[in-house]
Design a protein around this ligand. Sequence first.
Ligand code: ADP
Ligand code: MG
Length: 565
Amino acid sequence: ESSDRSEKQVSGAEVIAQALKTQDVAYMFGIVGIPVTEIAVAAQKLGITYVGMRNEQAACYAASAIGYLTGRPGVCLVVSGPGLIHALGGMANANMNCWPLIVIGGSSERRQETMGAFQEFPQVEACRLYSKFSARPSSIECIPSIIEKAVRSSIYGRPGPCYVDIPADFVNFQVNVNSVKYVECCMPPPVSMAETSAVYMAASVIRNARQPLLIIGKGAAYAHAEEALRKLVEQCKLPFLPTPMGKGVIPDNHPNCVAAARSRALQFADVIVLFGARLNWILHFGLPPRYQPDVKFIQVDICAEELGNNVKPAVTLLGDINAITKQLLEQFDKTPWQYPPESSWWQTLREKMKINEAASKELASPKSLPMNYYTVFYHVQEQLSRDCFVVSEGANTMDIGRTVIQNYLPRHRLDAGTFGTMGVGLGFAIAAAIVAKDRNPGQRVICVEGDSAFGFSGMEVETVCRYNLPIIILVVNNNGIYQGFDADSWKEMAPPFCLLPNSHYEQVMTAFGGKGYFVQTPEELQKSLKQSLADTTKPSLINIMIEPQSARKTQDFHWLTRSNI
Ligand code: ADP
Ligand code: MG
């Protein structure tokens, strides 16, 4: 028996699959072709869920969402040259979002390198700009250690994408099974705590704040800091503001959530604690006029290089958000303190919230047709269950939708993110639906798309139908990018931002056997959404016609209104 085993051969493809399995990688998205088909087959055989997509870009978005949702990277498997290049968009997006991801790219045969081989391209170099680690194993025997390093690098420190290059001649080449040593599964990321003196200082700055604010970013969601953060908010009675994907870490309907007074809260806070949120464009760089010139920032982040970007922070807390929030809680346990609920700061925030909430209700109330964004989102919000995933992209659709559609659970909102990427929606929705299927069957995924955003990865509807994922896609259709025209005004000129008026996007879904609805009234919207939610066996697409010139409510600040917030 033992001599039998020593003669047993194993292919490069099988080694890759086994190495991934050993590193606890559970999901692979991709498109097969020369030279990676065998890798997908081998992975599937070992019980890794393989999802075949229609464009590598969408496959890469899906794989990256797996990393954010599960804390373990998903794999994006692509063919050489153009396949890998299509995936770069997904890698860049994951890199910007700080999400773990493994991209495995087939590449041309080594002996044809520099000879103009089929789809030859400098793939390792190309990926370097978008990844934390980019390498080609020097032999089949080296594959397991390179894959372990890629998986570990993707989740240790600030998470991000890693690339492993697999030359075509590795895939089917057979080696003796005993010559391959599988590296044990890497340990979970080590958890680091902040320096004790910095924690004291942070607690003291918070205690002395007149107008404090906590900002909860997607780093806090990724860190699973929901329980500790909620305790901090409730124990110290502090107002908090989620970033777009920070929504749901603490439920949006929590009384201390001041999202409805966002601009006001940012503008007048004197102490702001950032939990896994960067001071980039989403937070207006932390600079006046959106903030007080002397606002004190306390930055909590796992990445030392992030600390001090754009502002000089009052205190920096380097380490894991969950651990550091607990360190802060210890301070407030030792010497209990709470921010006075009757302060004028709370009054200011509450007043502004009331005004803003009333204004958006008002905007939702017109009974005239076509509907506007607010009317649509109010009707949608009414019917959604609290545990659904909300995926969203588009300009106005995402910006306005975010203010009306609520999140109650952490890591249940996925959107265009730090990079403002359009085309992520379908891939993200597919990833969320696959995770739901394995972990919480019956949980729904609602994908709220602008008509333009939908177009970027629209053919993934076939993927949705092929795997029969009961995703509900809402296309909020204004015939264009930002704004469109009605059919009559459109006729002669076709301006750059216009799309074909009255397009029947729902037929993309019916083409593949899903349910499609074309709706023009609130009643039709209510009815079709109700039917879609009731049918847990089929995906559906509701194409919602709205006023082509519909826009968001006027903002106090006119610059940066195209912002993601
Ligand atoms: P948002 O878009 O919600 O503002 P960002 O993507 O800008 O969030 O910021 C997320 C931050 O969270 C990144 O700077 C990242 O380094 C940090 N981060 C990720 N995981 C952790 C963790 N476990 N502990 C601390 N910080 C983390
Ligand atoms: Mg549009």
